[in-house]
Design a protein around this ligand. Sequence first.
Ligand code: PLP
Length: 396
Amino acid sequence: MMTGTAHLFIPGPTNVPADIQRAMIVPMQDHRAPEFAEILQPVLAGLKPVFGTSEAQIALLPGSGTAAWEAAITNTLSPGDKVLMARHGQFSALWADMALAMGLKVEIIDVAWGAPCPVREVERRLGADRHGEIKAVFVTHNETATGVTSDVAGIRHALDASFHDALLFVDGVSSIGSIPFEMDAWGVDMAIAGSQKGLMCPAGLGIIAASPRALAAMDTSTMARSFLDLRAMLAAHQAGSFCFTPPAQLLHGLRAALTRLQTEGLANVFARHQRLAEGIRAGVAAMGLKMVAEHQIFASDTVTAIRTPQGIDARDVIAIARNRYNTHFGGGLGPLAGKAFRIGHLGDLNEGMCLTALGIAELSLKAAGAPVVLGAGVTAAQHVYAGVAQAPALSI
Ligand code: PLP
């Protein structure tokens, strides 16, 4: 039997704070009654600053981030349209697969898993697209599989510099609500999130924000859509409800989550994620391990993917953490299976939790046979959190 608290350090679903849990314990209610708008409207309004938009319209889709991926495609594009995207991790790869499955032509830029979306190469491909065949550029803002954040503002610049009018779709599933996201300033046309990461709620809602250009593209798009018809959902939201039975409890949770984010202040939320991530990265380096992210500059502030040393199977590390220490780390996905494990550090999190994650990672790595010095990672992170430089190791 496991004792004590289970520690959840997967990069989503994240910990749901007690006040959000409590906010969801409500009686069932009539979602066609006028009062339902009193829950829905504050949620839609509260999400706008989190997405960095005043211009976009937001739709809530029962489902998850994957549903919002699909909605972005089917509501704005037509079969045979070409889209451009980098494939640099499991989630960008899955979105590309989906685009192909839905009948799009997908121009893929394959880069190393550990690198970000390559802005210059995107600009080159857009510049070479003389007949404007590329209808949309897809960017995975934060590749949760590798712990890499891409430069969405740079992609907007690449579009503008090439005088290209392709739509810009951004997957912000593991970034929105945790690190800066500026939908309007970056000219994002479709921004995608889920309820279960930075928004600290259970999974169950895909959230999508559509720019005026994306809304206009819905007039000409001919792809089939029904359950995920955004115009129908936006009209229903306008009237204060959903097209079908909504997950009302989740809306109550989301409203409480947005209140939390507003109370802490978005700038403070982003600064906290950055500070906590710096501690994790310092800890990983002090353990003598490498991140999957090829450079600190684009290392994610919401998830760190860590390579295990040669000969150490990351699956063993994860199993030891789970079975001995009641602690859950994310696994290596796709080609990173067995080679990496991931620490999610997003959502409702503080320094103590990050030190626990590092401490358990050290114990589990050591038990799996890795040559880590117990306490080295924790100490390095403590120095980051204390704001003091780490003293050099004593040599005797
Ligand atoms: N995109 C990214 C970056 C993700 O991290 C995930 C899930 O972890 C998804 C998309 C898929 O979202 P969901 O699992 O909510 O469908």
